[in-house]
Every structure is written in structure tokens, then in C-alpha cells.
Write a protein that binds this ligand. Structure first.
Ligand SMILES: NC(=O)c1ccc[n+]([C@@H]2O[C@H](COP(=O)([O-])OP(=O)(O)OC[C@H]3O[C@@H](n4cnc5c(N)ncnc54)[C@H](O)[C@@H]3O)[C@@H](O)[C@H]2O)c1
Length: 281
């Protein structure tokens, strides 16, 4: 039986691990060939480790294990030329590009790097998304789908924290909403759709790290996973949900990547266990 994205070629930033890896594996299982683009080294402004070259190689091998083709490319979404070269390689290898997922993101919060933290976070989470789409869209044709990963942080008045990298995170994710709408309006006449997803807390390294735990439990010096679970869950309207799984986001991404959503554009789907509804007056 044909998969839901059978024969499509998909380009994913931040694809070596976490949500990006999960999207890649599921889309491959549904018939897509995949190009993974990931920085594969740590940043001093980010208080947790980013993906490694081994993660990228492992994800490529896992996709190949599904019987689909995969390419892993190390690069930084803040570098437009690197993205242009990666898209060129995609076209040389597969002859086309159907779906682009601008998923790479950081939630920095490393102490002592305040304005560098702002620059790296905004550079990755908004400029990096723009770079990804601007490198990819000129090579895409009618029927193409571009998908940005936003965040519940975009929907939360006041954002997720006052230090510069957290302000940059909220700003970048919020700015994506207007950007996706404007790009969708521009690309619609060409038959290319542009949408996004807003995940809440998701079970990846970006959430599970000491710095993030301290942001949720500033009253404790060394909060543990158990210490933060009630604070995580208190964000959500649906009961007993401290965080969602990458699969919950992938389900929405697969829908937006496939032709099932052929008349949907300029939209964000919030996968947030009703968190935004708790903000109603
Ligand atoms: N985990 C959460 O709680 C959560 C919640 C809402 C939104 N998000 C968003 O989901 C997306 C995916 O994050 P995740 O949860 O899988 O975390 P993650 O840290 O596991 O994955 C992020 C990936 O992006 C890569 N990356 C980071 N900076 C990059 C750069 N400049 N260039 C290329 N690659 C880069 C990392 O190496 C890593 O592989 C991000 O945009 C994040 O902001 C995450």
C-alpha cells in the first residue's frame, strides 16, 4: 500500500535527533526520501548538548533501514549559503524537493552569555527558519509544503522568561506566526503551502535539561525530573499531561506534509494539551 507521503522528498533541519528525527523516521515509513540538516555540535550559549555527528549518522542509518534513501548534512541554519548548498545537493540527488520542515531550534539559557544568547536564539529560531524556507522554496513546485516548528511560547502572553535568550525564544516563535501567514500568501499562487505547528513541552533534550528544570522550579537549587513534572502539567488544560511525545507533533507534521492537507495554508496547529485555552479571560 502506498504511504501517505509516498515518493516525496523531504528536507528537515534539526533532523539528527528529537522531534526532527521522529518526523524523519515517520515520513520515511510513509514513503518519503529524507535529507537531514543539523548543526551537530554544541553552542556555548546553549546550556545543554546539541546533536552529535553520531546522532546524524544513526538517523540516516535508521531511515535507510526503512528502505528509503537518506542524506545527512552537517550545517548551521544561521548560514544561508550552507542551506543553499544543501538544497542544491538535494536536487542533484533526488531531482526535486517537495516538503521542507524548518524544525531546528534552541532554548539557550546558558548563564554569562546574555546578548550572545539572544543572538544565537533569534538567529536559529526565526532567522534560521527564514533561511531554510528562502533556500528551499525557489526549488519547490506546485504541491509543495513548507512547515515551521513554532512553540506554545508563541501563544503565551509574557513569554517563557525574562533573561535575553528566553525573550528571544518567545519573540522568534511569535514572529513565526506572522511570517508563515505572509509567506503562505506569497507562495499560494504557486501552489506551495506554508503552515506550522506549536508544540507544548515535548519529551526531548530541549525540555529535559538542568537549565530548563531550574526555569520551571526557581525555588529549588537542583530540581529533578520528578520535581518539575507538576509544574509542567500545570500548564495544560487536559489532565495529567506534563509533556507530549514527539509522535504527537509528528502526527500533525505528517498531515501538513501530505496531500491530505492540500487546501490548508497559512495555519498553525497547536499540539498543546489545551494550554492556550487556560489563557482565556
Ligand atoms: N522540546 C520542547 O519542549 C519544545 C516545545 C516547543 C517547541 N519546541 C521546538 O521544537 C523544535 C525541535 O526541538 P526538539 O524538542 O526536538 O529539541 P532537540 O534539542 O532534541 O532538537 C533540536 C535539533 O536542532 C538542532 N539544531 C540546533 N541549532 C541548530 C542550528 N543552528 N542549525 C542546525 N541545527 C540546529 C540540534 O542539534 C538538534 O538536533 C525546536 O524548534 C524547538 O524550539 C520544542
Amino acid at each position: 500500500m502506498a504511504g501517505r507521503v509516498q515518493g516525496k522528498v523531504v528536507f528537515i533541519t534539526g533532523g539528527a535527533r528529537g522531534q526532527g528525527r521522529n518526523h524523519a523516521l515517520r515520513l520515511a515509513a510513509e514513503g518519503a526520501d529524507v535529507v537531514l540538516f543539523d548543526i551537530c555540535h554544541d553552542l556555548k550559549t546553549v546550556a545543554y548538548d546539541l546533536a552529535s555527528p553520531e546522532d546524524l549518522a544513526d538517523t540516516v542509518a535508521a531511515i535507510e533501514g526503512t528502505g528509503r534513501k537518506a542524506i545527512g548534512i552537517e550545517g548551521d541554519v544561521r548560514d544561508f549559503s550552507a542551506l543553499e548548498a544543501a538544497v542544491d545537493r538535494t536536487i542533484e540527488t533526488f531531482g526535486k524537493l517537495d516538503v521542507v520542515l524548518a524544525n531546528a531550534g534552541i532554548s539557550g539559557r546558558a548563564p554569562g552569555h546574555e546578548m550572545a544568547g539572544w543572538a544565537a536564539t533569534a538567529g536559529t529560531n526565526i532567522v534560521g527558519v527564514m533561511n531554510t524556507f528562502h533556500a528551499a522554496l525557489p526549488s519547490m513546485n506546485s504541491g509543495g509544503s513548507a512547515i515551521a516548528t513554532g512553540s506554545f511560547a508563541a501563544l503565551k502572553p509574557g513569554g517563557i522568561g525574562r533573561e535575553p535568550s528566553s525573550q528571544a525564544y518567545s519573540y522568534a516563535k511569535r514572529a513565526l506566526i506572522e511570517y508563515v501567514k505572509r509567506l503562505a500568501a506569497a507562495a499560494g499562487g504557486l501552489g506551495i503551502r506554508v503552515n506550522g505547528v506549536h508544540p507544548t513541552n515535548t519529551n526531548t533534550r530541549l525540555l529535559h535539561n538542568d537549565q530548563q528544570y531550574r526555569a520551571f522550579r526557581p525555588d529549588l537549587e537542583h530540581p529533578t525530573r520528578e520535581d518539575v513534572l507538576p509544574a509542567f502539567a500545570s500548564m495544560h488544560l487536559l489532565p495529567d499531561v506534563p509533556y507530549i511525545e514527539s509522535d504527537d507533533v509528528t502526527n500533525a507534521v505528517l498531515y501538513l506534509a501530505s496531500d491530505e492537507s492540500r487546501y490548508v495554508t497559512g495555519q498553525f496547529i497547536a499540539i498543546d494539551a489545551g494550554a492556550h485555552l487556560k489563557l482565556l479571560d
